[in-house]
Design a protein around this ligand. Structure first.
Ligand code: 5GP
Length: 127
């Protein structure tokens, strides 16, 4: 188990395969610490995923095990992508799903960056 209680990192998850260039993606930005690419099933006019290059499942895992450089590099990459996409002025939303209750499908830490329209309420229902 990782610190987050999730199973160990799965080297064959889709984002690990994208990082290894085994699966194509539509890249938006890449540096030493992070890769950003368009979501395959966009839920807003702009829907980009930003992932750290290291093998982390969750935010707890990342914040516990990543180096300060990795953390800074990833956070900077998210901001850089938002600026590059021209989203600072109109605004945008960052979302990170974690584990079962969070609805996380891909077990490699990622931030969704949504924009391009008014995004409505943060959580649509309270089931
Ligand atoms: P999660 O639910 O884990 O937060 O989000 C995973 C996201 O990854 C989903 O929005 C899904 O559309 C996206 N996704 C899944 N497989 C692929 C893929 O092969 N390529 C890309 N670009 N996105 C993917």
């Amino acid at each position: 188990m990782t610190v987050s209680g999730l199973p160990p990192y799965d080297d064959n998850n889709i984002f690990a395969r994208i990082l290894r260039k085994e699966i194509p993606c539509k890249p938006v930005y890449e540096d030493e610490w992070a890769l950003a690419f368009h979501d395959i099933a966009p839920q807003a006019p702009v829907h980009v995923l930003v992932i750290p290059k290291g093998k982390y499942c969750s935010f707890a895992d990342f914040s516990d095990a990543a180096s300060a450089e990795e953390i800074a590099g990833f956070v900077r990459a998210v901001g850089t992508v938002a600026r590059m996409l021209g989203l600072e002025a109109p605004g945008y939303r960052l979302l990170a799903n974690m584990g079962n209750d969070g609805g996380q499908e891909v077990p490699h830490l990622h931030v969704h960056l949504f924009g391009g329209r008014s995004l409505g309420r943060m959580i649509p229902d309270r089931a």
